[in-house]
Write a protein that binds this ligand. Structure first.
Ligand code: FAD
Ligand code: DLZ
Ligand code: SF4
Length: 508
């Protein structure tokens, strides 16, 4: 009898744990395109096209490697539309003795896998996902008994564990973190790197037609789709990044420029999260660039920290906090997310840039997500669950385990400070410092009140005042609250009136 190995859409690696030690002659790999996964939120059409095309290419790669793959397409007329329904049908087709599966990436799907053993009356082995450095138990053990969780300390553990950028038991160069050298504003120039473009092949072309026909109601553009959809393609993009963008990654990590969607970022997250690229291999390749003298330490360290630090840490928090994490709303924020998040049609240039490129490419880089779209949602008091769903929909790299802690925790402060010691709230001055957006905007970033005042300015103060009972004892916000107290009463009134009027227009 055979073993059935379901491989989910974010498990696209030939080394996936569920295939470890398996006998190709006695294994049926099951891959399932299912309606439930494509519609549990209204995913960006580019994201669906990427995932389904990468799945179909991965099925080919598995077959070439000698595996028998049973692949169910989305338009299969018999499809039940769910993972559980499709596994049930596959059991009917193959009569396996057992199921082996790699743990799911999200609570929603983990619940399905947990039910299979009873439901199907078959042994079901759920294996840990060893593409991550820290297992759930290891993260728990690290977090246990600490008064406060901070990414920086977790990150140092991961450095020691992997030996990445370590000089014996000391960090390379003497410091763990070189962020002080990063975060410079950038200027556009002709030598800026651009990610590679991959022309759709026959498989991708077919998927694009299916997605266009089926997901008309979903946001986002399919035009000029140019993602890699194979491991080879993703590796090409990885090499391109190492050579052309990594050498300045750290310096310009927080910079934003008009009509420059990618800057010196890797644009590799969809490939890492779905399994085409291995995160630790990527970090080793980055370390090798540093060792060869081609990349400065601040860039290599900054990049490696994002992956073995932030990425792992977010996953740890997601599983530790449990399925109720999504319900948290520390600031009691209730406003609907404005409609322009789905069109990009706003006269605030920073938002129209960040949202516009998101709809075009299913991509925005970290500072756009955190300090433009996230910051604005935070300032207006948008419902964190709606904000979460928007981020989960619109980015090609979005899976709940990584998106939710970033959005609800880091960006919206809805967990009350588990992930960051203060909310990432900022006025227009921050955006002006890190970008050229304000120079192209109809608003004046230097003004707080009046018809041309940058909306972020009054909203920033309104946010602090509105949430004073929850935030004014935060030592990291002492300075802005002091500045507010020092402001003339008439200026304070005018600022709050300005914010109130803006919010009323937004709601209207
Ligand atoms: P680079 O800037 O080049 O960074 C390199 C890699 O580091 C990324 O590919 C990613 O794997 C990792 N990384 C960097 N920052 C983070 C982080 N904060 N958390 C986890 N990994 C990180 N990232 C996702 O992968 N999926 C998401 O759904 C997601 N949602 C986010 C939502 C919000 C509100 C915010 C503020 C951040 C979110 N991030 C998410 C983190 C980050 O913005 C993206 O990982 C990054 O923009 C991906 O682009 P890149 O590959 O060019 O990254
Ligand atoms: C995101 C996604 C989409 C859009 N479609 C599928 C699909 O049809 N089949 C599939 O196996 N996976 C898909 N995925 C990714 C899954 O949602 C992801 O693998 C789970 O969330 C893991 O917990
Ligand atoms: Fe954004 Fe304000 Fe700058 Fe306009 S002036 S781009 S709204 S920060």
């Amino acid at each position: 009898k055979t073993t059935l190995v379901p491989i989910l859409g974010d498990q696209l690696s030939l080394q996936i744990a569920s295939l470890n030690g398996a006998d190709p002659a006695a294994t049926i790999v099951l891959m399932m395109e299912v309606a439930d996964e494509t519609t549990y939120v209204r995913h960006h059409r580019r994201k669906i096209a990427y995932i389904l095309s990468a799945m179909r290419h991965h099925a080919e790669a598995l077959r070439e490697a000698g595996w028998t793959v049973d692949y169910v397409t989305l338009d299969d007329p018999e499809s039940t539309g769910s993972f559980t329904g499709e596994v049930a049908r596959a059991i009917g087709r193959h009569d396996p003795a057992r199921i082996i599966v790699t743990e799911a990436g999200e609570w929603r799907v983990a619940g399905m896998l947990d039910a299979w053993e009873t439901l199907f009356g078959l042994p079901v082995e759920i294996r840990a996902d060893d593409r991550f450095l820290a297992s759930h138990a290891e993260f728990e053990a690290w977090a246990e008994g600490r008064k406060q969780l901070r990414m920086e300390y977790f990150y140092r553990e991961m450095r020691r564990r992997t030996g990445l950028l370590m000089d014996g038991d000391k960090p390379e160069g003497g410091e763990w973190n070189y962020d002080a050298d990063n975060r410079k504003p950038a200027k556009a120039d002709l030598l800026m790197p651009r990610p590679l473009s991959f022309a759709p092949d026959a498989i991708t072309t077919e998927v694009l037609a299916m997605v266009a026909a089926r997901f008309g109601e979903h946001p986002g553009s399919l035009d000029a789709f140019d993602f890699a959809t194979t491991r080879e393609g993703a590796l090409k993009q990885q090499r391109h990044f190492l050579k052309h963008a990594l050498p300045r990654f750290g310096d310009y990590q927080d910079a934003m420029l008009t009509d420059q969607p990618f800057l010196w970022h890797a644009v590799l997250s969809p490939y890492i999260n779905s399994g085409l690229l291995d995160p630790v291999d990527l970090c080793r390749a980055v370390e090798a660039e540093y060792a060869a003298g081609r990349v400065p330490l601040n860039c290599a360290e900054g990049f490696i920290r994002q992956i073995i630090g932030w990425r792992e840490y977010m996953r740890g928090i997601y599983w530790r906090e449990g399925p109720e994490y999504v319900e948290r709303n520390f600031l009691d924020a209730r406003r609907d997310l404005p409609g322009f998040y789905w069109t990009g049609e706003t006269d605030m240039h920073c938002l129209s840039q960040a949202i516009g490129q998101t709809l075009d490419h299913a991509y925005a880089h970290h500072i756009q997500r955190l300090m433009v779209t996230g910051n604005f949602a935070l300032l207006i008091g948008a419902d964190p669950k709606q904000v979460h769903e928007w981020y989960l929909e619109v980015y090609a790299d979005a899976y709940e385990w990584v998106e939710l802690p970033n959005t609800l925790g880091m960006s919206q402060f809805a967990d009350g400070g588990l992930l960051g010691s203060k909310p990432y709230a900022a006025s227009g001055a921050y955006i002006n410092r890190m970008s050229d957006y304000c120079g192209h905007c109809r608003y004046d970033v230097k003004q707080r009140v009046g018809e041309n005042a940058c909306p972020f300015n009054a909203l920033y103060w309104d946010f602090l005042v509105r949430n004073a009972d929850k935030l004014d004892r935060n030592p990291r916000l002492a300075m802005p609250y002091r500045n507010w107290a020092k402001m003339k009463p008439a200026d304070r009134d005018a600022t709050l009136a300005q914010a109130k009027e803006f919010l009323a227009r937004l709601d209207g």
